[in-house]
Design a protein around this ligand. Structure first.
Ligand code: HEM
Length: 130
């Protein structure tokens, strides 16, 4: 099974068990990085959170395919986020937070291939620096 297939399977497994991953993902993000919750104070309808999560997921899929568009997008967002005081470790940490939450939601349906695929996403996100 390729990393991309396992990654896609992980999202399908989550979608079958959770209608909206935004609340659990950001609850976990702010538990790990409480200092960044206030940055979302203007995001009343959670629209920016949802958009950010969707962008990060489609970038993760692109990174697993070594897509230059995904690499430059992640690099660009990394620089944008420096403006919020978000450093590399925190920025990349978003992918680990998503993997942890998705593993919890998936329970026994989560596989070692899915963990390996998300580890690869994290590795490639960390390497996506222009
Ligand atoms: C822990 C890591 C991260 C934190 C704390 C963070 C924080 C933020 C904040 C505060 C905003 C602005 C929200 C607003 O306008 O109300 C934002 C927007 C955004 N972030 Fe992140 N971010 C993180 C990681 C990422 C990653 C890894 C990506 C993509 C690879 C990403 C992509 C985006 C995008 C596309 C937006 C614009 C959303 C919009 O305004 O609709 N972020 N982020």
């Amino acid at each position: 099974m390729t990393h991309l297939t396992a990654f896609t399977a992980s999202l399908e497994t989550v979608a079958e068990r959770c209608e909206d991953v935004v609340p659990p993902v950001y609850a976990a993000l702010f538990k790990r990085f409480p200092e960044f919750e206030d940055l979302f104070v203007l995001d009343i309808d959670q629209g920016a959170r949802g958009h950010m999560l969707n962008e990060a997921l489609s970038m993760a899929e692109g990174l697993l395919q070594d897509d230059p568009v995904a690499i430059s997008f992640v690099s660009a967002e990394r620089m944008n986020h420096e403006g919020y005081g978000i450093g590399d470790d925190v920025f990349e940490g978003f992918f680990q937070v998503m993997a942890d939450v998705f593993r919890t939601i998936s329970g026994e349906a989560w596989s070692s291939e899915m963990s390996a695929a998300w580890d690869k996403v994290y590795e490639k996100a960390a390497a996506a620096k222009l």
